[in-house]
Design a protein around this ligand. Structure first.
Ligand SMILES: O=C(O)[C@H](O)[C@@H](O)[C@H](O)[C@H](O)COP(=O)(O)O
Length: 242
């Protein structure tokens, strides 16, 4: 079944972050008492502005953080204190500024053995999901935020890496040829078990790859992203063009 969704081009990265923050607030407020909103956060530089906005006076006290669980779509296998760590970036830009229950934040574990680390994170997801198998109609995530690399990668699903073939595991790892660190990542099946996948991409330097992924459907890892729900592209004008 074709994935439904839309492309939204906002005037700039500020409007892009505002749109996403208000969208996340809307989805959180929709949740009944006792229900939770599960968000898989993306790493890299683009979403930092959104995290800073969610951690700012404009949103920090308005968000029902007790209802929100934050997961990671991927991670660099470096200590969480390292400046290359996605957890570190999220901690600095968001977690340090909000009052969210500790148990609602789910960083990817970083171990020397990435296979073990992936198993631990999968077990954590399965415990929260309440089953070891993903079920149609029961999404693991409400929202999965994804970025887009110049080589067409997303999360840590890099071109030519074995993790692209993963059909069962929810979490796995990869060693991209040109990336300094091993990576841990959600797999296609885990990302697909979602209500909303939102590609958040900005900057003129991404305009070409977006066209190739979206319009020319070139076989990039990001072009193979599927979701049970809706797939949206939330772009700034520089990336999305007119
Ligand atoms: O850990 C990461 O690096 C990301 O999850 C990765 O998939 C990122 O989203 C893209 O590389 C885009 O990165 P920028 O936003 O920095 O362009």
């Amino acid at each position: 079944t074709a994935t439904t969704g839309y492309v939204l081009v906002l005037s700039d990265v500020i409007a892009q972050a505002e749109y996403l923050a208000s969208s996340i607030l809307h989805h959180a407020e929709e949740k009944e008492q006792g229900e939770t909103l599960r968000i898989a956060l993306s790493g890299g530089s683009t979403p930092k502005r959104l995290y800073e906005l969610l951690g700012s006076s404009e949103y920090a006290d308005r968000m029902p953080w007790h209802k929100i669980h934050l997961f990671f779509g991927d991670e660099r296998m470096v200590p969480h204190t390292d400046s290359d760590s996605n957890f570190h970036m999220v901690k600095e830009s968001l977690l340090a500024h909000i009052d969210i229950p500790f148990r609602n934040v789910h960083p990817m574990p970083v171990l020397d053995d990435p296979v073990k680390a992936a198993e631990i994170y999968q077990a954590e997801l399965q415990a929260i999901y309440g089953s070891d198998t993903l079920q149609a109609g029961k999404p693991l995530f409400d929202i999965v935020l994804l970025g887009l690399g110049g080589d067409g990668h997303t999360a840590s699903l890099f071109p030519g890496t074995p993790v692209l073939e993963e059909k069962d595991k929810w979490v796995s790892w990869s060693q991209p040829s040109d990336a300094p660190h091993k990576r841990m990542t959600l797999t296609y099946p885990a990302i697909a078990s979602s209500r909303f996948v939102m590609f958040v991409v900005s900057g003129e330097n991404k305009a070409q790859i977006i066209r190739e992924v979206r319009d020319e459907n070139k076989p990039y890892p990001s072009a193979a992203i599927k979701t049970e729900g809706e797939l949206h592209w939330i772009l700034d004008r520089a990336a999305g063009g007119e």
